[in-house]
Design a protein around this ligand. Structure first.
Ligand SMILES: [Zn+2]
Length: 224
């Protein structure tokens, strides 16, 4: 067994520096691209934890089965990624500005039972994804929700109305979220794009809040 080859494989000092520089560049690249994707964290993992997993994963895996990558290289990568991570989190803790730049800030998706459309457009966040999150937290329609925030780690925080404050709202489950084919003057309808509630004279009325013209029957059920 050639331990010198497994651990070092004639690594020159110059290449050690090169690895450190490569790590720095790749670390920054991964974070920038994750931020550009507009995607929030995944399942409680922040963008940084995802970056760590991505970089540690490939660094740890390659030397396991590649003959000419010595363990020293993997060690250098793991070491510099951890140092970079600790440095970033340190500065994010110290400065609110850096934290917002790197992680974004929580965005308000629902306010007073209505979708906040300006933030949704800017953040490339689709209604479908958000509706799914709300459904998983047992929200049947937006009239039950006073405020819903999309946190930087991708999770959703919800404040509910009391039972007696619940208003008419946009349904979130597929069966109820269907466009109407006719309207009755005494029923309330919800704009399928922004959640605005309205009595309709005709089914293709334009929503005064967002300019769309697709309506569904509004709901007012209580939470169970
Ligand atoms: Zn609307």
């Amino acid at each position: 067994m050639d331990f010198e080859k497994i651990f070092l494989n004639n690594t020159e000092l110059q290449f050690v520096w090169e690895i450190l520089l490569r790590c720095l560049v790749m670390y920054i690249l991964i974070i920038v691209f994750l931020r550009l994707s507009g995607k929030r964290g995944v399942r409680q993992l922040s963008i940084f934890e995802i970056t760590i997993i991505l970089s540690l994963g490939s660094a740890a895996g390659d030397p396991m089965f590649t003959e000419d990558i010595p363990i020293l290289h993997a060690f250098l990568v793991l070491f510099s990624i951890i140092v970079l991570y600790r440095t970033t989190t340190y500065f994010m803790m110290k400065s609110k500005k850096i934290e917002q730049l790197l992680e974004g800030k929580p965005i308000c998706i629902v306010e007073d039972g209505l979708l906040v459309t300006r933030d949704v457009k800017r953040e490339l966040f689709s209604h479908d994804e958000f509706f799914a999150e709300l459904r998983q937290q047992h929200v049947e329609h937006l009239g039950q929700v006073r405020v819903a925030l999309l946190e930087t780690n991708g999770s959703v925080s919800i404040l509910f109305y009391d039972d007696d404050e619940i208003k008419y709202g946009l349904p979130l489950f597929p069966k109820a979220y269907t466009e109407i084919a006719y309207c009755k003057p005494d029923s309330k309808y919800a704009c399928m794009h922004c959640g605005q509630i309205k009595h309709l004279q005709q089914i293709d009325e334009i929503c005064s809040r967002c300019g769309e013209q697709h309506w569904t029957l509004a709901m007012k059920t209580k939470r169970i």
